[in-house]
Design a protein around this ligand. Structure first.
Ligand code: UDP
Length: 409
């Protein structure tokens, strides 16, 4: 059997008063249509990164609505994840050479996981490339297969697409985060667009008092009396942590007491993160104002996102970037890379700022920290933008709607 991930129960009722009532009504409306369904979500890891974050928040809400939903992760190790990280990078536009051995590894792990799949499911949602080939190794049955792509694949390397193409043909539908992410000649005909979302009631995003946040930040060695900028991200080249350090160095020339917190997780399906972590440590070890953390708890992240003076998400490519909405929801100002899903969340100058280079990022940090009052209006607007569009009940509504549509025919 694949590994079943336990989740903490949640109730959709608790979101009343946070999101609009009509949205909650719509959630119930679509859930009622499919109460008896058995839905399985499969991904690569139960920890680290946005997919695990979303599933952790989303699955218990589906269960609360009596939609029989289960979350399972594949059985795999670094042999597969080395290959699938190369796929991930290829889908994001990096030229990739996928050799014969890598293909064999991918196919063997997927065939093995297909054998481990148990139970009868009405819908199986497969997240990202790691488990994508599973349906290829199964007999045709009544199950509807959905591929959920969280990656900006608009500029994908053709070698990776060509290789994945026969596996993709097994799917009945695909969900992307943005229309523009769908590559040319994508083989799945039914396509849906769903923006990701954050959970306002999770430990990471719930409201915490300034005193508690200050004591958490202090306990990690930072001085709350001097400015703090933070980026929370997997240690991944696309998140540009090294660019963040350079931007910090530009700003530090004008703001000598500036501190930088780089908070990164080591997702089990991302073997590249240790290499990037080592690079970060090498270039930052002589600066006592750069703080690098791995795998902090959700409450710690909550404190840093809410009570740093500024939050960065300086990605070069980004499927969505939950961390942007997480900080905006806490009424903090975010400077984000001008790319992919970050553009949905940050309307430049209105709900945050978009930057296209390290220099621009450094200058923006200086500008914002030099006039903290200027951020007051922006953060209020940013929070409302998240409330309306990027909270989990909206995601739930959108996906329930897709499930009903998929089964209608
Ligand atoms: N995250 C975390 N700890 C870390 C780094 C990231 O819990 O040290 C979380 C972060 O708060 C967010 C998710 O992992 O909820 C990352 O999602 P995002 O969409 O920003 O990026 P992804 O990792 O999916 O590319």
């Amino acid at each position: 059997m694949l590994e079943q991930v336990p989740v903490k129960p949640r109730s959709i009722k608790d979101y009343k008063g946070i999101v609009d009532d009509e949205l909650i009504d719509e959630v119930y409306f679509y859930a009622k249509k499919i109460t008896d369904l058995r839905i399985l979500h499969i991904n690569a890891t139960k920890f680290g990164g946005g997919v695990a974050e979303i599933l952790n928040n989303y699955i218990p809400l589906l269960q609360d609505l009596w939609v029989g939903t289960v979350w399972q992760t594949i059985i795999a190790d670094d042999r597969l994840f080395e290959v699938t990280k190369a796929f991930h990078n290829g889908l994001q536009g990096k030229k990739s050479l996928i050799g014969h051995d890598q293909k064999r590894t991918y196919e063997r792990f997927n065939a093995y996981n297909a054998q481990l799949l148990e139970g009868d499911w009405d819908i199986v949602v497969v997240h990202d490339p790691q488990p994508l080939a599973i349906p290829y190794y199964l007999e045709n049955n009544q199950t509807k297969w959905l591929w959920r792509c969280h990656i900006d694949a608009s500029d994908a390397d053709t070698a990776v697409w060509d290789y994945l193409n026969p596996f993709l043909k097994e799917f009945d539908g695909a969900i992307f985060s943005l229309e523009s992410f769908i590559p040319d000649n994508f083989p799945i005909k039914k396509r849906f667009i769903v923006h990701p979302a954050i959970d306002p009631l999770s430990e990471k995003n719930k409201k915490i008092e300034p005193n508690l946040a200050a004591s958490i930040i202090k306990s990690h060695g930072l001085d709350k009396n001097n400015p703090i900028i933070t980026q929370v991200s997997r240690f991944d080249p696309w998140k540009d942590p090294l660019g963040v350090i350079e931007a910090y160095r530009i700003a530090k020339k004008r703001i000598p007491k500036l501190q930088l917190a780089l908070i990164g997780s080591m997702a089990t399906d991302d073997p590249e993160s240790w290499k990037i972590y080592q690079q970060i440590i090498n270039i930052s070890k002589h600066d006592k104002n750069i703080f690098v953390f791995t795998n902090l708890g959700d409450l710690d992240i909550n404190a840093f996102q809410g009570y740093s003076d500024l939050v960065l998400q300086k990605s070069i490519k980004e499927g969505f970037g939950l961390t942007v909405s997480e900080a905006m929801w806490k009424e903090n100002l975010v400077i984000g890379g001008d790319t992919g899903g970050i553009r949905l969340q940050i309307i430049d100058g209105e709900t945050g700022f978009l930057v296209n280079s390290i220099e621009e990022c450094g200058e923006k940090i200086i500008e914002i920290l030099s006039s903290p009052k200027s951020k007051e209006k922006i953060v209020v607007k940013a929070k409302e933008h998240v409330r309306k569009d990027f909270l989990i009940p909206r995601l739930l509504r959108d996906e329930l709607k897709i499930y009903t549509e998929l089964l209608e025919k």
